[in-house]
Design a protein around this ligand. Structure first.
Ligand code: GLA
Length: 419
């Protein structure tokens, strides 16, 4: 009897909890919102309006210019893709002028090129920009998304009673599970709540927006970084394969960040094991920003299979050290300078401040600004960081035979010098 009960309980919990096996590393791609917002006037802004043309053009560039190769494989439409009214069968209708061939055609186009298709909706009566939301139509909408071959749903939380989210988001996820189509589930659920139940959120969603929307400025970026650092003990532990905290889109390449500040965002997002969604006009992005987005070494940190979120481990004199443990036993270490003095600032750090084991390391600069160097097993690490900038390193532990070899070489050099 007991056995039967356990089997039954297992089945029930499987159906309710998220079991889609997706997003084992943080999803990467491109989303319309941060750069293109709710531009719907295609006559006046033909290259910027939320439309089939924008999606196709972006996917073409992502394919031909190496973004797909680097891992950015989701192409997503955020808000403002809908007609204001459902059809006579209560189905959602994409804007007839801007998406003349419907959403299945977009999915086909993206899939043919090797991409996956992400789409926005909202759990409430309306999306944040006032288009029809899913409330009351959850089952039919999930079925519609599955029929359109959507691969990823971002479910926002405007125009809904916040108290309903704790049951509503799991319910929608259950419908997604039952649809038979594997779809990544991105929830905005905690972003609307004061004390989110992260254990439940992680059980039901692949990723979740924890907090406020990012805006195109350093002040917005640095506020988000501070909030993530100050609250890390609450939610960092829930990150892992299939489950990610989401500090929002990358603003790299737009109007608001300097080159140094853009490097900070890429470093800290990879530190946080964050989803990497660009939101930028890839047709006009400047090459130096493109280079940051395509930095393979930093993408590799973000995508590390251990999936352990990095933490801010030291904070003082308006400088910070962030540290992330990686699957190969090495560490990513970011030294952030939040000072706006007119000159680079030297940050000196003990092993304790960096929160890494005392041993010898090969230190690789992930932005390739400094030469690789050896550090440890004792002493202080020192690096010079630009104002509102970052130095980002991978600390690879040296094997004991490498250390032995090095000390023998040193001895040899010493005796040669002596002679
Ligand atoms: C909310 C979300 C944003 C974006 C907009 C669209 O503000 O947090 O990421 O999706 O809605 O209206």
């Amino acid at each position: 009897m007991m056995q039967i009960f356990l089997v039954f309980a297992g089945v029930v919990s499987c159906a309710v909890a998220l079991d889609n096996g997706l997003a084992l590393t943080p999803p990467m791609g491109w989303l319309t919102w941060q750069r293109f917002r709710c531009i719907t006037d295609c006559k006046q802004y033909p290259n910027e309006c939320i439309s089939e043309a924008l999606i196709k053009r972006t996917a073409d560039i992502m394919l031909s210019e190496g973004y797909l190769d680097a891992g950015y494989n989701y192409v997503g439409i955020d808000d403002c893709w809908l007609e204001k009214k459902r059809d006579e069968n209560d189905r959602l209708v994409p804007d007839r002028e801007r998406f003349p061939n419907g959403m299945k055609a977009i999915a086909d186009y993206l899939h043919d090129k090797g991409f996956k298709f992400a789409l926005y909706q909202d759990y409430g009566n309306m999306t944040c920009m006032g288009y029809p939301g899913v409330l009351g139509y959850e089952a039919i909408d999930v079925q519609t998304f599955a029929e359109w071959d959507v691969d990823y749903i971002k479910l926002d939380g405007c125009y809904i009673d916040i108290a309903k989210m704790d049951t509503g988001y799991p319910h929608f996820g259950k419908l997604m599970n039952e649809s038979g189509r594997p779809m990544v589930y991105s929830c905005s659920w905690p972003a609307y709540q004061k004390e989110p139940d992260y254990a439940s959120i992680a059980k039901h969603c692949n990723l979740w927006r924890n907090w406020d929307d990012i805006q195109d400025s350093w002040s917005s970026l640095s506020t988000i970084m501070t909030w993530f650092a100050e609250n890390q003990d609450t939610f960092a532990k829930y990150a892992g394969p299939g489950n990610w905290n989401d500090p929002d889109m990358l603003i790299i390449g737009n109007y608001g960040l300097s080159l140094d500040q853009a490097k900070v965002q890429m470093a800290i997002w990879s530190m946080l094991a964050a989803p990497l969604f660009m939101s930028v006009d890839l047709a006009t992005i400047r090459p130096e920003f493109k280079e940051i987005l395509l930095n393979r070494d930093i993408i590799a940190i973000d995508q590390d299979v251990l999936g352990k979120q990095g933490l801010r481990v030291w904070n003082g004199s308006r400088c910070e050290i962030w540290r992330r443990e990686l699957s190969d036993g090495s560490y990513a270490l970011a030294f952030v300078n939040r000072r706006d003095d007119g000159t680079p600032y030297v940050i000196k750090a003990s092993f304790e401040a960096m929160d890494i084991p005392e041993q010898a390391y090969e230190v690789q600069d992930l932005y390739k600004e400094d030469a690789d160097r050896t550090f440890g097993p004792d002493g202080e690490f020192s690096t010079r960081v630009n104002p509102l900038g970052v130095k980002y390193f991978k600390f690879v532990p040296k094997k004991s035979n490498e250390i032995l070899q090095e000390s023998q070489n040193q001895k040899k050099n010493y005796s040669v010098n002596k002679i």
